[in-house]
Design a protein around this ligand. Structure first.
Ligand SMILES: *[C@@H]1O[C@H](CO)[C@@H](O)[C@H](O)[C@H]1NC(C)=O
Ligand SMILES: *[C@@H]1O[C@H](CO)[C@@H](O)[C@H](O)[C@H]1NC(C)=O
Ligand SMILES: *[C@@H]1O[C@H](CO)[C@@H](O)[C@H](O)[C@H]1NC(C)=O
Length: 403
């Protein structure tokens, strides 16, 4: 008995097979082939070795090893249902709904993934993500729906709405805003909560791998051109449109806080309008930022305003060549004061819209696009009161070129 068992064990290690790797088990006679003298020391070494290892595992790694065991089934259960079905599918597909159960921490983490291989191994049509940061209703939504109608059904855009919690939108299924609300938190102007809302919008939009450009809009924004022009302008731009300028006055560098150093020095402090447009690479940088965001969160208090200084400053330091240092959203500061002008129903007529848009021989402003002087500088404008919807809808065919 012991002989046979020992022989089988030795055979099992594969070391004493006598070079007969291909031995047929039915014809092999290992027990008889091995001298008993040789077998005894081997058996002793095997038994002692196994015992020693067992004691070692119990003494050193024992508790840690056994406590790891119960977590294995749970980890496997947590895998998304899509795993194993169509492997590429889970990297390519957009979430079915804008709504989800993730915490901000989970969301920002999920949104921060990016492929290291730059070339997509499938036909990817870039989308523009239109991210609406609003307090509640979107009174100009019917104008935007006309605008989006110009995209056809080619899947060239996606819409995200961040609103005050409790707001229950009731858009018809045909609207581009239907079920596009993202889980939202209260956002106060000038506070960190405003930047948090912007990062939340970016992160939600990043969950759709087809989104390539990300534009922040408000409920008082209107498009100045039709969808095809806006899509082409954004997707063909080498730079992202983030306003950033160095203002040496008390309203610029004067708002610098010493606590921002050493990450941000006074001369690196920049100012710019909140209404940004980012490409996907910079959008990932912003949701993943753990260098500037914590500093601004802690130290940028009034008269430092996070929504006017964080993005222009962080991107001017980290990606100066990646931003155009200008916004694509026009706003009227000509009336002076702390707030830009709001336009009402009586302001909006054909002549007014002509002034806001470029025409042959008439530049919209003094700007460059991909290094060349450009006629079109602004794709959107604000601030438009709800009462402007009626004249805007009437003028939409002229403004958009369709509808
Ligand atoms: C969110 O969680 C609830 C309760 O756990 C669940 O019923 C619901 O389906 C979840 N929704 C999503 C979008 O995962
Ligand atoms: C934007 O400003 C930075 C300096 O902060 C500069 O390096 C960059 O060239 C500017 N971009 C454009 C498009 O002018
Ligand atoms: C346009 O902008 C450039 C660079 O900012 C400046 O040098 C030039 O004087 C401006 N032209 C006009 C007409 O304002």
């Amino acid at each position: 008995m012991p002989q046979g068992a020992a022989a089988t064990a030795v055979d099992g290690t594969g070391k004493d097979g006598g070079g007969g790797g291909g031995t047929n088990p039915s014809t092999a006679r290992p027990a008889a082939a091995l001298p008993l003298k040789l077998l005894r020391p081997l058996l002793l070494v095997a038994v002692l070795g196994t015992g020693f290892l067992a004691v070692l595992v119990l003494l050193l790694g024992g508790p840690a090893y056994s406590s790891m065991l119960p977590s294995l089934p749970a980890a496997a259960d947590a895998l998304p249902a899509s795993v194993g079905k169509a492997p590429l599918e889970r990297w390519v597909r957009a979430p079915a709904s804008a709504w989800h159960n993730m915490t901000d921490e989970e969301l920002l983490w999920a949104a921060s993934w990016r492929p290291s291989v730059r070339r997509y191994p499938y036909r990817r049509t870039p989308k523009v993500a239109f991210m609406f940061l609003t307090r509640g209703p979107l009174p100009l939504a019917p104008l935007w729906d006309l605008f989006f109608a110009g995209a056809g059904d080619a899947g060239l855009f996606s819409v995200y709405v961040h609103a005050t919690p409790g707001y229950r939108p009731d858009f018809p299924p045909a609207s581009a805003f239907y079920r596009r609300l993202v889980p939202s938190q209260v956002a106060a102007w000038g506070q960190v909560s405003m930047l948090d809302a912007e990062r939340r919008l970016l992160a939600n939009a990043l969950l759709d791998p087809a989104n390539e450009r990300f534009v922040l809009l408000s409920e008082s924004c209107v498009p100045l051109y039709g969808f095809p022009a806006v899509y082409s302008y954004l997707t063909r731009s080498r730079a992202s449109f983030v306003g950033a300028f160095d203002d040496p006055s008390p309203h610029g560098r004067g708002r610098y806080r010493g606590g921002l150093a050493p990450e941000v020095r006074r001369e690196q402090f920049r100012k710019g309008a909140q209404w940004f447009e980012l490409d996907r690479a910079l959008a990932v940088d912003v949701v993943a930022d753990d260098r500037y965001y914590p500093k601004f969160r802690e130290h940028c208090r009034a008269p430092c305003y996070v929504d006017e200084h964080y993005l222009p400053t962080a991107l001017s330091i980290e990606a100066p060549a990646g931003i155009a240092n200008r916004s694509v959203t026009w706003v009227d500061w000509s009336r002076g004061g702390a707030h830009p002008a709001t336009f009402g129903e009586k302001d909006v007529d054909e002549e007014f819209l002509k002034q806001l848009t470029a025409a042959p021989g008439k530049r919209q402003g003094n700007c460059t696009y991909n290094g060349q002087p450009a006629d079109v500088c602004f794709l959107f404008a604000r601030k438009f009161a709800p009462s402007t919807l009626r004249p805007l809808l009437r003028l939409a065919p002229k403004l958009l070129g369709y509808g």
